[in-house]
Design a protein around this ligand. Structure first.
Ligand code: AMP
Ligand code: ZN
Length: 466
């Protein structure tokens, strides 16, 4: 079944293939590095990672650029308050962000682009917008004239025709009611850092960086542009206005936006103070893969309510899958093939793929996995599972993990539960009984790696935590 995505621009679910060759040209908006990212931010970045993995599973290559916003209103405010040079201040949070991405197993885009390394490109774009009568300057700042771009509003599906003229807005982020001429270039206030350029001293507004870096590396028309739902307006609307005014071509064919991570009915955000960072949660003993699983488990266009109970349930779900995998790898089943189970495996595999390809319906994809695990476990318990069924079942798990990426435990993952350990000890005993000493040693070593020591005593095996 064809790969389909909901496109914010057309408000339709559309079949997706890249425009020119087998490579998807994709741009996603990255973090503003003024503080640690919270797991609400990471819901969006996890969605982008799932998107990458889904595109790859469909046989496409990726050329994906993500920006790091290392100059904006918040960064300047904080760096100035701490008397720190901008670059020194932002490097701390850029590195922290990349470490968190690694912990959450988020793939690195093909290119990370820092805004501050593209100031000259932005200045040139602003000059060209000026030549096209899309800008005006006031007191050293340059503004984009939204009345010069009649389709303004086409992404957020707002009719701004009544209020396109006149007022300006200086802050980088604002509400829909403030649909006004926005700043491309901001003149420095007293004590603020700035760049000396052909259009005067100052710094770029937030929106121009993404237009410029996206087109520099990916061409005038992208296949996919993605980000959190709060970026539709004004950020992406402004990116379209800038880019399409420069090229006269559609800026991106597909626009994908992920819904919020919520806490008790409110968006998780710095300003509301209702947020957790990854570090907070890992520090409390939650494994990064449980957080990844939780963030991935609800389809990206549905709001996801964050709770600690939800996180615990995610850990249990992962354990169930790991135990099932271990069982497939270690249980001795009679030779042969159970045809009915083979058909069931093929059906579950297909259901999983179709769900992922259906606009990344991760909830349905997980349902396909867990229904299969339940059936396969029952077949094993009933002695109906055959050795010949294991490879396809393992392949299905590996397909699942090529998207969800949670089966391998993190080095810093929380401790195994007692029940997990007991199950593994029992598997080792069975292996020993079958005189499969290589396997029994392997299980002992794997447990040791996770800090569990086994002792063979006369009365059986005892285990303890290191
Ligand atoms: P920022 O660092 O503020 O520029 O945000 C980085 C990304 O996180 C953007 O794509 C935002 O849309 C996204 N984001 C911010 N808060 C949330 C949230 N509560 N849930 C999901 N995504 C969010
Ligand atoms: Zn952006």
């Amino acid at each position: 079944m064809a790969l389909r995505f909901y496109n914010t621009l057309s408000q339709q679910v559309e079949d997706f293939t890249p425009a020119t060759d087998n490579t998807v040209r994709m741009y996603t908006c990255g973090p503003t590095v003024y503080d640690f990212a919270h797991i609400g931010n990471f819901r969006t970045f996890t969605f982008v990672d799932l998107l990458r993995k889904c595109l790859r599973a469909n046989g496409f290559h990726l050329n994906h650029v993500m920006n790091i916003t290392d100059v904006d209103d918040n960064i300047i405010r904080n760096a100035v308050a701490r008397h720190q040079p901008l670059a020194e201040y932002t490097r701390i949070y850029t590195e922290a962000f990349l470490q968190d991405c690694t912990a959450l197993r988020l793939e690195r885009p093909e290119r990370l682009a820092l805004a501050t390394e593209h100031i000259q490109d932005m200045v040139e774009a602003i000059e060209r917008l000026g030549q096209g009568q899309h800008t005006y300057s006031t007191e050293g700042s340059v503004y984009f004239k939204i009345a010069s771009f009649p389709p303004y509003g086409k992404l957020s599906h707002n009719d701004f025709s009544g209020n396109l003229a006149g007022a300006r807005v200086d802050v980088d982020n604002y509400e829909k009611a403030d649909a006004r001429d926005f700043a491309l270039w901001k003149t420095p206030k007293e004590g603020e850092p700035f760049w000396e350029t052909a259009i005067g001293p100052g710094r770029p507004g937030w929106h121009i960086e993404c237009s410029v870096m996206a087109m520099k590396y990916l061409g005038e028309t992208l296949d996919i542009h993605a980000g959190g739902i709060d970026l539709v307006f004004p950020h992406h609307e402004n990116e379209i206005a800038q880019s399409e005014s420069l090229t006269g071509k559609p800026f991106s064919r597909f626009w994908l936006h992920s819904e919020f991570l919520m806490v008790e009915g409110q968006k998780m955000s710095k300003s509301a103070g209702n947020y957790y960072t990854l570090r907070d949660l890992v520090g409390k003993g939650h494994a990064p893969e449980s957080i990844r699983y939780l963030l991935a488990s609800v389809p990206y266009r549905r709001a996801l309510n964050f709770t600690i109970d939800g996180l615990k349930a995610a850990a249990i779900a992962i354990d169930r899958l790991r135990n099932f995998k271990l069982r497939l790898e270690t249980d001795r089943c009679p030779d042969g093939l159970n045809q009915q189970l083979a058909a069931r495996t093929a059906q579950a595999t297909q259901a999983f793929t179709e769900s992922i390809n259906d606009d990344l319906n991760t909830a349905e994809a997980l349902a396909a996995v867990f229904e299969f695990v339940r059936d396969a476990n029952s077949a094993m318990d009933a002695g109906e599972f055959r050795a010949g069924n294991a490879p396809a079942a393992l392949e299905f798990l590996s397909l699942f993990d090529s998207i969800f990426d949670v089966l391998k435990p993190s080095a810093q993952a929380g401790e195994l539960s007692d029940a997990d350990i007991e199950a593994r000890v029992a598997q080792r005993a069975a292996a020993k009984k079958a005189r499969d000493f290589a396997l029994s040693d392997q299980i002992r070593d794997q447990l040791l790696e996770q800090g569990i020591i086994l002792e063979d005593t006369k009365s059986g095996v005892r285990w303890k935590r290191k």
